[in-house]
Write a protein that binds this ligand. Structure first.
Ligand code: PMP
Length: 396
């Protein structure tokens, strides 16, 4: 039972959220997160995970995790800076740096933590951050934590970036100016214009920060969006998560040795929070090895992405401007979007609706995340169900 003061705060707020249909009930999955999942005893085709390559249940990752648990135990025991680092964490960072084509890397406990720690380790209230308006919540929170002036840049609008970069760097108000964006935007699947970003950054002396949570393991033969454009040495911070394509948990910064040396003494989630479990570190190392040696997994992911996009687009659905396997199906009206997702669920397709404030008003959508694990038959079923529900609700 909470205190009266806490009750008085929570009760009306929770009641209001529930009344407005804004309280997000979290489904309980019975078993693993794969191409199909089980909820309340019923099987669904799963189009909601970020398990792009199917690594969350890959047997070789499981074995690596089990072996590491036998060797190191279940926990790291303490913060690395206090108790020393396990060699498995060093090994993971070396593997990430090699894979990302950078001098060094530092691993965090999650992608979210990584953004909280990395941005605030370098930027302060004397600085300004130019931030794409559709950046992920963890970037926004990391920027806020740093105390820097946050200047929103219109989504992927390079003219707006140039203008604001010029303004910020010539105003004399700031010591440093950073530009920060997702590498692949998770709600639309569009890809950051890295070549133009690099050009503008060089012109105005910007620090560059790309969070490639959805591009790592997907773009650039797995090495990410920056590598895809061949500009690995031009972006200061390459952020990634170990929870999506890599299939485990964790986050990282890949960059110059000097940057990583600095983060190891200034990024607070690294300094004051216990590191990844040895099992997670070992599974991530195995994932990176498989990604480099077996390109067919990434090829299959792209093949599935193309197949689903083509199928939905042929039916007349608006699939937006995605350049990656992320397949949004833009419905528009928020209530209709919710209804669409609920009908898909009844028909056995688990694909979440995304509405305002996560995306702009009037652009409600179902976000479909095909993975390398989906079979053509599953995707054919999905397309047939979309057609049925789309006609029923007058969307197509
Ligand atoms: N950055 C971006 C762009 C993301 O999409 C996400 C995941 N939703 C994160 C960071 C957070 O990553 P993690 O789940 O590893 O904390």
């Amino acid at each position: 039972m909470s205190s009266n003061t806490l009750e008085a705060f929570l009760s009306p707020q929770l009641a209001e959220l529930k009344e407005k249909g804004l309280y997000n009930e979290i489904n309980s999955l019975q078993g693993s997160n794969e191409a199909t999942i089980k909820i309340a005893g019923k099987n669904f085709i799963n189009l909601s995970s970020n398990n792009y390559l199917g690594f969350a249940t890959e047997p070789r990752l499981k074995k690596a995790a089990i072996d590491a648990t036998e060797k190191y135990g279940v926990g790291a025991g303490a913060v690395r800076t206090i108790n020393g680092t396990m060699d498995i964490h060093d090994e993971l960072e070396k593997a990430i740096a090699k894979f990302k084509h950078t001098e060094a890397a530092i691993a965090f406990q999650s992608g979210f933590n990584c953004n909280m720690g990395a941005i605030s380790a370098v930027m302060s209230k004397k600085d300004a951050i130019l931030s794409d308006e559709l950046n992920h919540a963890s970037i926004i929170d990391g920027c806020r934590l740093s105390g820097a002036k946050i200047i929103r840049v219109k989504h992927q609008d390079m003219d707006d970036l140039r203008e604001k970069a010029k303004e910020a760097t010539t105003s004399g108000q700031y010591e440093k100016v950073m530009y920060i964006a997702d590498g692949v935007f998770s709600m639309d699947g569009d890809v950051a214009n890295i070549p133009e970003i690099v050009k503008i950054a060089e012109e105005f002396g910007l620090i560059t920060y790309i969070d490639d949570a959805h591009g790592s393991g997907v773009m650039g033969a797995g090495a990410g969006t920056v590598k895809h454009f061949g500009l690995s040495d031009k972006i200061d911070f390459q952020i990634g998560t170990l929870s999506k394509a890599v299939g485990v948990v964790g986050g990282y910064v890949a960059g110059s040795q000097q940057l990583i040396d600095w983060l190891k003494v200034r990024a607070r989630p690294f300094l004051f929070s216990t590191s990844l479990t040895p099992a997670s570190a070992a599974a991530c190392i195995e994932a990176i090895r498989i990604m480099s040696e077996e390109p067919e997994k990434i090829e299959k992911l792209w093949e599935n992405g193309h197949y689903l996009k083509e199928g939905l687009s042929k039916l007349g659905f608006n699939i937006g401007n995605s350049e990656t396997p992320i397949t949004p199906c833009i419905i528009g009206d928020e209530n209709l979007t919710q209804k669409f997702s609920a009908r898909l669920y009844e028909e056995g397709v688990y694909a979440k609706s995304i509405v305002f404030p996560t995306v702009p008003l009037g652009t409600g959508r179902i976000r479909n995340m095909p993975t390398a694990l989906h079979t053509k038959e599953m995707l054919d079923d999905v397309i047939a169900i979309y057609e049925k529900v789309g006609r029923e609700l007058g969307v197509i």
